[in-house]
Design a protein around this ligand. Structure first.
Ligand SMILES: Cc1cc2nc3c(=O)[nH]c(=O)nc-3n(C[C@H](O)[C@H](O)[C@H](O)COP(=O)(O)O)c2cc1C
Length: 310
C-alpha cells in the first residue's frame, strides 16, 4: 500500500511533488501511457525519452543486456522526433497534472536552440538538456559533456530563449565534475540531473566469442554505478547552489536516503524499474517514509547533505 503523506512532499523549481522520486529519461520511452503508468505507480515527476529534431531508429539489437552489476545499453537514442514526442506530452497532460520534463538531445547549441523553440510551444514543465551522450560534436570536435566551455555555451544559448526552467543532464565520464556543474550553473541552468550512464563498457559472450551488444560498447546503469553517482552528486552539490536530481543505481529507500545525503534534492529511479517493477516508486516512497518515522524526522527536508569536517 502507498502511504501518501505530507512527509514526502517536495518542492522542486516552483512545483510541488507528492514524492521526491522521478522517472528519468529513456527508461520508459516516450508514450503518454507509459509516463502515466509511472505516475500511477507513484512517481512524483516524469521525464520523456531524449528527443531529437528528426526521428531516430536507434542501434540494431541487441541494444540492452543485464549483467551481475546492472544493465549495459546502447539504445542509440531511438525516438520519434521532437514534434511527435511533444504530442505525447499533450496527451499526458490531459490526464495528469504531474510535472513532466522534456528531455532533448543535440550535438551543438544551434540544434539545442531549435529543439527549445519546439518545447516552448508545448505543455512541458521543464526542459532537460542531455549533454551526456558520447557523440562528438561536428563543430567542436569534442563531446559536449566533457568541456565546461561548451556546456556553459549550450546551456546559456538555451536558457536565453527557454520559457521554462532548464535542467542540464551531466555525464559521469569526466575527470572534473565540479567544473562542469559550475559551467552549467553559470550558463543559467535551474537544476542539474546526474548521472547519465557510466562508461562505456563492454561484455563478451564467451560461447559465441562475440560482443553481447550489436553496438559493441554501451553505457552502464543500475547498482554498479551507485557509488560513482553518490560521489559525483556529493562533489557537485558542494559547489553549486542550484538543486540536483540525483540518480544512478537507486533501488531502495535506503539508496534514496543516501542520495539525499550526497546532496540531491530529488531522486531518479531508472534501472530500478526493471529490478523491482514499476511499483518501485511506491515501494521506495514507503521505505523512505519508514526511515523518516524511525529517525523521528518531520519530513524529507530533515535528510540533509552530509558534511565532512576532517
Ligand atoms: C534503457 C535506457 C535508456 C536510456 N535513455 C536515456 C535517454 O534517452 N536520455 C538520457 O538522458 N538518459 C537515458 N538513460 C539514462 C538514465 O536516464 C539514467 O541517467 C541512468 O540509467 C542512471 O540511472 P539508473 O541507474 O537509475 O538507471 C537511459 C538508461 C537506460 C537504462
Amino acid at each position: 500500500m502507498f502511504v501518501l503523506n505530507s512527509r514526502l512532499k517536495t518542492f522542486f523549481l516552483g512545483s510541488v511533488l507528492k514524492t521526491p522520486l522521478l522517472l528519468p529519461a529513456g527508461v520508459m520511452g516516450i508514450s503518454a501511457s507509459s509516463l502515466l503508468y509511472a505516475v500511477r505507480s507513484g512517481a512524483g515527476i516524469v521525464t520523456t525519452k531524449s528527443l531529437t529534431l528528426q526521428p531516430r531508429s536507434g542501434h540494431n539489437g541487441p541494444v540492452i543486456s543485464a549483467f551481475e552489476g546492472g544493465f549495459i545499453n546502447a539504445m542509440g537514442l531511438c525516438n520519434p522526433g521532437i514534434e511527435a514526442g511533444l504530442k505525447e506530452i499533450s496527451k499526458f497532460k490531459k490526464d495528469s497534472s504531474v510535472p513532466v520534463i522534456a528531455s532533448v538531445f543535440a550535438i551543438n547549441s544551434e540544434e539545442f536552440v531549435k529543439l527549445t523553440k519546439f518545447v516552448n510551444s508545448s505543455k512541458a514543465d521543464f526542459i532537460e538538456l542531455n549533454l551526456s551522450c558520447p557523440n562528438v560534436s561536428d563543430e567542436y570536435g569534442v563531446p559536449l559533456s566533457s568541456s565546461p566551455v561548451i556546456v556553459e555555451e549550450v546551456v546559456r544559448a538555451v536558457s536565453e530563449i527557454s520559457r521554462i526552467p532548464v535542467i542540464a543532464k551531466l555525464s559521469p565520464n569526466v575527470p572534473n565534475i565540479k567544473s562542469l556543474a559550475l559551467a552549467a550553473e553559470k550558463g543559467g541552468a535551474s537544476a542539474l540531473c546526474m548521472i547519465n550512464t557510466l562508461g562505456p563498457g563492454m561484455e563478451i559472450d564467451i560461447n559465441l566469442a562475440r560482443p553481447v551488444l550489436k553496438n559493441v560498447f554501451g553505457g552502464m546503469s543500475g547498482p554498479c554505478v551507485k557509488p560513482v553517482a553518490i560521489k559525483l552528486v556529493f562533489e557537485a552539490s558542494g559547489v553549486v547552489k542550484i538543486p540536483i536530481i540525483g540518480l544512478g543505481g537507486i533501488m531502495t529507500g535506503a539508496d534514496a536516503v543516501e542520495m539525499r545525503m550526497a546532496g540531491a534534492s530529488i531522486i531518479g529511479i531508472g534501472t530500478g524499474v526493471y529490478y523491482r517493477g514499476m511499483d518501485v516508486y511506491r515501494k521506495v516512497s514507503n521505505e523512505i517514509n519508514e526511515y523518516l518515522i524511525e529517525k523521528d524526522f518531520k519530513n524529507i527536508n530533515d535528510i540533509k547533505r552530509i558534511r565532512i569536517d576532517d
